[in-house]
Design a protein around this ligand. Sequence first.
Ligand code: G4P
Length: 537
Amino acid sequence: MASILNSVQHRKTFAIISHPDAGKTTLTEKLLLFGGAIQEAGAVKSNKIRKTATSDFLEIEKQRGISVTTSVMNFNYGGVKINLLDTPGHKDFAEDTYRTLTAVDSVILVIDCVKGVEEQTEKLMNVCRMRNTPVIVFINKLDREGRPPIELLDEIEEKLSIKVRPLSWPVGMGMSFTGVYNIFNNTFNFFRANKQKIEKDMETFNSPLDPRLRELIGDGADVLNEELDLVNGVYGEFSEEEYLNGHIAPVFFGSALNNFGVKELLDTFVKIAPDPRSRETTKGTVHPEDDSFSGFVFKIHANLDPKHRDRIAFLRVCSGKFERNTFYYHVRLGRQIKFANPATFMARDKSLIEEAYPGDVIGLYDSGIFKIGDTLTEGEHMMFKGIPTFSPEIFKELVLNDPFKSKQLDKGIMQLTDEGLAQVFIEHNGNRKVVGTVGDLQFDVIQYRLINEYGADCRFRPLSYIKACWVVYEAVTDIAELLRIRSNNLFYDKHKNLVFMAESTYQLNAAKENNPKAKFLFNIEHNPETVDIEREG
Ligand code: G4P
């Protein structure tokens, strides 16, 4: 039986993030090939959701179903067990991705060399920065005519507010792409378009000035040397410590589709990426090697089939050892619960697990007892911190068509928001329910599920709010102006926190200016400092 410490030292849990189409799915597949988890390309189904008409949203959910089985992939490489947490590609499910990032210890960021830093990349990196998550950058699609590498690196530093340090450097791009020079190993990896197999075509040199390199790649060697002089001058030494602190991102160049540069990326990842890290709770720091088991739920996946209303709660193990059929303490409910069928999911298969260690993610069958952020322990009354709720971007009023179904509607919207599908806000001055999401798609999903699963016939009415901010204050006098002038814009979230809905940036700025003692926050922690046990029902 593996000891906890030994297991912790041989595990890496990470996610790949990118703007849609940069190559996340392709890179995932190549990593799984290297890890021997799949045997051929094409085995990993993209969970990308194509732009679909509203009426096709069942299709969307079917596609989303794929992401259950690809939610957590694991493979072994270099003696390390690697857990790769999948993140939805579609921007409407971005909040799912944000939450998944709370369950990983590091990320690989994929950037398309033609498009550079895109909108979704910036948002995802903002989440990584909140937690100082270590990032390795993979600049992809070098087989295409992309932008000059130096320009791309400048853009990353500027737009993503992170220092970079290239560890490899490309020679040519697109039609003239010759290969990549590994700055630290002094190896040159010759580019061969190759979509299926894993082949190495690499040679080691004394330095980039080695005459043999010039013989092999011609004038490209001169350009390489000029550029490397510049790179080494501008970027200085690579510090592993700064990477682990989330301050500097090592950069690799390659082409995921051609399986090129992926091995270097993986080798470096295994060497430098952090092991499962310690985490903060309401009762102090929990270390992965602690004997006592603890973990938290970061994602809940519902089954759309009304005959099978079960959900799967994904739990990240943070300390100790999780064992099947053992009682654990569900802190929010104050109840002991055991799990007979904890599972892992892998490329369409799910399998039962007997035990899991820090860094592992397990799927627990959930009959509706879990919310995002819930903590399981061996009895300790604490909750994990650092699981944020983000300000939604689209707001609509939830309107009941059949007044006799208000109970069903209330129950339905509470459960769906527990899953993290959207957020619900209740009016300060009344009872109107406003649903906030990061994407339009969720409204279709919610309406369908409220009607079909809860029997609550309802519709959505568009609203003109553009932003929701949590208002934090000490005394009511701190928000006197807000209550007087803007009380129609005030709502409460599910946890009774005060929320200000702004119709314009101007209105938001005015509210901030006129209530200087209050804080207006764009995200808020899931778990409060003290844990009250909730009654079920
Ligand atoms: P995503 O998960 O980040 O959304 O991206 P995905 O891997 O699905 O890749 C998006 C598109 O980019 C795919 O093409 C994929 O084949 C292509 N691609 C990925 N890596 C490379 C690369 O290194 N070079 C080039 N030239 N293309 C790459 P598609 O036509 O949209 O899809 P498909 O029909 O090939 O699956």
